[in-house]
Design a protein around this ligand. Sequence first.
Ligand code: R5P
Length: 291
Amino acid sequence: MHVIGGSASTSLAERISRELEDSPFSIPYRKRFPDGELYVRIGGKLEAEEAVLVQSTRSDEDLIELLLLEDAIREAGARRLFVVVPYFGYARQDRSFFPGEPISARALARHIGLEADSVITVDLHSPFNRDAFEKPLYEASGVPAIARLLRERPVDLLVSPDKGGVDRVKNMSKILGKPWMALDKRRLDSEHVELAAPANAPEVKGKHVVLVDDLISTGGTIVESAKLLRAMHAESVVASCTHGLFLKDAFERIKSVVDDVLCTDTLENPARRASVAPDIAAILRTELARR
Ligand code: R5P
């Protein structure tokens, strides 16, 4: 199985190749044509080989690179192509909210799936996204990776910033054997939220609390959650998430109100301390066994 790392996911792709008993790993050549168009080239033939392409689609540029690489891999003769999209962008436009809008997640899922035999991703933003894929889709969770890190630390209480994250925080609670709660979140606009503790909230005072979320984008959710937990006299507050986008100054704002920030390596950022490589490799091994 040959692992190819797109420019948005090079280090994760290398980790996946190591997990797969040191499968061959390569980084494609990439340049810009004078008119700005992207050029990519993979190294050599892949005739009758199985290929794994790893590329998060944080930006439109990442997406174009992914589509070009899929085509190049097919052109090189790969027998099967597993496309790993650790962070699947555009996932939040998962339905048409107003007339005239596209279902962006579906549009991308269809195009990414065109050349793929199957698609593997991590913590899709919503269940709607799963139906958008026409090819077999496998979804890893970022929770075990974060849990592997949290095992080394004091943790008394796990907190989801909103009710939408209940399954995730329950999953973490099951792995670590710690209690959990979900805050009440009201979104005011794309950058601001209001948070409140639920009526039956457990004691927070003196506790080591870990916030568990799928995504940190503007940081508004985590900052307000951390402030609330501090106001409830938590001993420490750690922020954790699968996908750390950290738009603008989000990372600095979060660091100023929490004790630590832990993310997985689905995206390149200063907090990516937990790797989803073992979880993705486990899915790939199962897929391989199906040959
Ligand atoms: C909400 O549904 C998600 O789980 C995240 O809490 C949210 O997307 C984070 O966004 P931001 O960092 O902009 O508050």
